[in-house]
Design a binder for this molecule. Structure first.
Ligand SMILES: Cc1cc2nc3c(=O)[nH]c(=O)nc-3n(C[C@H](O)[C@H](O)[C@H](O)COP(=O)(O)OP(=O)(O)OC[C@H]3O[C@@H](n4cnc5c(N)ncnc54)[C@H](O)[C@@H]3O)c2cc1C
Length: 553
């Protein structure tokens, strides 16, 4: 019997099946993540990230990720006597995963303990979390995104931020003042329109006098309200002066169940451990945040932070898909050779690894821009780069997941490998928080309104000038197109935004990655892009070196 094989039936010996990828450290095994976190300012977080990497890679945690997804949440609209409950029950494994994320501060740390590199350190934690369980990332991202908005209203800030900054996860469905911590969600999308928020019909009427921080009654619905077990939501509703942002808790201040009537849970393609509900708002109690009529820009502030998280989420899932694919190929033999050594498979794996590294380079650079809130250049860059990264990385994710799944052959198509879950999870990051077209139009709008953002973007790309001739040539055409961008025809927006993403990814790799990676990226992405499939790296690229770099360290 071959070493390591097990006799599981009387009929045959099991061999040439890779060992499961368990009990490994998601941080220290990932060279690209390690380097990016240190480079972008989170070197101080290495110990904490290493500990989190050990916890997340432990067999029990990985199994909890599987359990949470195999046992989706259930809506409990009523109790046994017919009283409204409007509660969602989750599998214990979901609570384990969400508790772990909260304990590590992934929902709040850069705001609660601000310091240089804090957003990058958090991004690294989220990048690892999503590789094991993505459903909990939804409330984590929304809570993180809500903080600047909550700070707009002093009374809300004083009451809610201590709860939000708590690291003690409290799964109980109780009024927030009775709990050890709180999480937030967001409610924008309605049946008649999600992208076009001005079309919202949900109404808000002042209970007494209206205005900032005052109480309103909200009547209408939300067609998508994810993580409805959250303690409060930032919601849009039409107040007398137009679309307005409200803080709507699940319980009213006098301890009664607030008027959020959960109608159904969505039966979703992926993201199955997490609940996304349809809700009717029956005179729900809410506090006005900001000014009446200014709700869209206020809630979009939260939206921008969750867009950052969409990009981090897809980049993390890419990493997990690539890690699984390389691990499999290293342990599987076909036609008397390890799969990883079959030249055509080496090309596929190297190409996948390039995409994953480019995504990581872009998200961690973007996270650094969030660490420099006061810096004018970084603020301009952030405005443009957030939608650029969100669009491109979330679009590349599903294609990468498909190809990585195929590396595992038939095993990849089976739920017990994590690959189907990754494949189903990927598209949500592109759909929600601004679908691709809306995001590309947002880039166009940002360029029209803030030309300084174009300068900041070009400066960032040009910091790699002179190091790669392909990139230099690409920059010349990109600069020309960006010059004309404010007059660009709307229908061409995706072309330009994709080019911007790839141009900046190339520049980051040229500056920071080994030459094998940056040369192959420039050769395959800046020129000769054929058909968009993987495994097409041209002659002269050091594919073996790229795969070795992406393999678990
Ligand atoms: C799993 C999941 C969870 C979600 N959770 C939440 C949540 O918690 N809170 C919340 O508020 N929402 C949530 N959403 C809703 C999500 O944000 C919306 O579905 C999304 O913003 C798109 O809105 P829509 O569905 O109304 O589509 P539409 O606005 O009708 O858009 C349909 C398509 O048209 C495109 N489009 C729109 N305008 C233009 C244009 N001018 N030019 C060209 N193309 C255009 C869009 O890009 C999109 O591809 C969730 C969605 C999903 C799938």
């Amino acid at each position: 019997m071959a070493p390591g094989s097990q006799l599981i039936t009387a009929t045959h010996e099991v061999f040439n099946q890779p060992p499961p990828l368990l009990d490994y450290n998601l941080f220290s095994s990932d060279r690209v993540l390690h380097e990016a976190a240190a480079r972008e300012g989170a070197g101080w977080a290495t110990d904490a990230l290493t500990r989190l990497g050990t916890t997340l890679g432990a067999r029990d945690t990985i199994e909890a990720g599987f359990s949470a997804n195999a046992n989706p949440p259930r809506l409990m609209p009523f109790d046994r006597y017919g009283n409204r409950r409007d509660e969602v029950e989750f599998h214990p494994a979901y609570h384990v995963m969400l508790g772990l994320a909260v304990e590590h501060g992934l929902h709040c740390s850069p705001w609660a303990e601000p310091k240089p590199g804090a957003h990058v350190a958090r991004a690294a934690g989220c990048y690892m979390l999503t590789q094991v369980e993505s459903g909990v990332y939804c409330p984590i991202a929304m809570t993180y995104g809500s903080v600047p908005t909550l700070r707009r209203e002093a009374t809300i800030e004083t009451e809610w931020l201590p709860r939000v900054f708590s690291r003690a996860y409290d799964k109980r469905f109780r009024p927030a003042p009775e709990k050890t911590g709180a999480l937030l969600g967001m409610g924008m999308t309605e049946k008649q329109g999600g992208s076009d928020l001005r079309a919202n019909t949900t109404r808000a009427d002042p209970i007494a006098e209206g205005g900032s921080g005052r109480a309103y009654r909200i009547t209408g619905h939300k067609w998508f309200l994810s993580a409805p077990m959250c303690d409060a939501f930032l919601m849009l509703a039409q107040a007398p002066a137009g679309p307005t942002c409200f803080l709507v808790p699940r319980w009213t201040p006098d301890g009664a169940l607030n008027g959020l009537r959960l109608q159904r849970l969505k039966d979703k393609l992926g993201n199955r451990s997490n609940a996304s509900s349809e809700v009717e708002l029956v005179g729900a109690w809410g506090l006005l945040v900001g000014e009446e009529g200014r709700g869209i820009p206020i809630i979009i502030e939260m939206g921008n932070l969750t867009r950052l998280d969409c990009a981090i989420g897809s980049a993390g899932l890419m990493r997990q898909a690539v890690a699984q694919a390389i691990h499999h190929a290293q342990h599987r033999t076909v036609f008397q050779k390890r799969l990883v050594d079959q030249p055509l498979m080496t090309n596929v794996l190297a190409d996948l690894a390039l995409e994953s590294e480019a995504a990581a380079a872009l998200v961690f650079r973007l996270a650094r821009a969030y660490d420099r809130q006061e810096d004018v250049g970084e603020t301009a860059l952030r405005r443009l780069l957030t939608p650029v990264a969100k669009y491109w990385i979330c679009k590349r994710g599903p294609a990468l997941a498909l190809e990585a799944m195929e590396v595992l052959g038939g095993n990849g198509y089976v739920e017990e490998s994590i690959m189907p879950r990754i494949y189903r999870e990927m598209p949500v990051n592109s759909v929600w928080e601004g679908s691709a077209n809306v995001i590309c139009l947002d880039v166009r709008r940002a360029m029209e309104k803030s030309p300084e953002a174009i300068d900041a973007f070009l400066a960032e790309v040009k910091s790699a000038e002179g190091a790669n001739s392909r990139l230099d040539r690409f920059m010349v055409t990109l600069e020309k197109e960006l010059g004309a961008a404010p007059r660009m025809e709307e229908g061409l927006a995706r072309r330009l935004v994709g080019k911007m993403a790839v141009g900046l990814q190339a520049a980051l790799l040229v500056r920071y990655a080994p030459a094998a990676v940056s040369d192959a990226f420039c050769a395959s992405r800046l020129e000769n892009q054929a058909g968009g499939t993987f495994g097409m790296l041209p002659d002269g690229t050091d594919r073996r070196a790229i795969v070795d770099r992406a393999a678990l360290a």
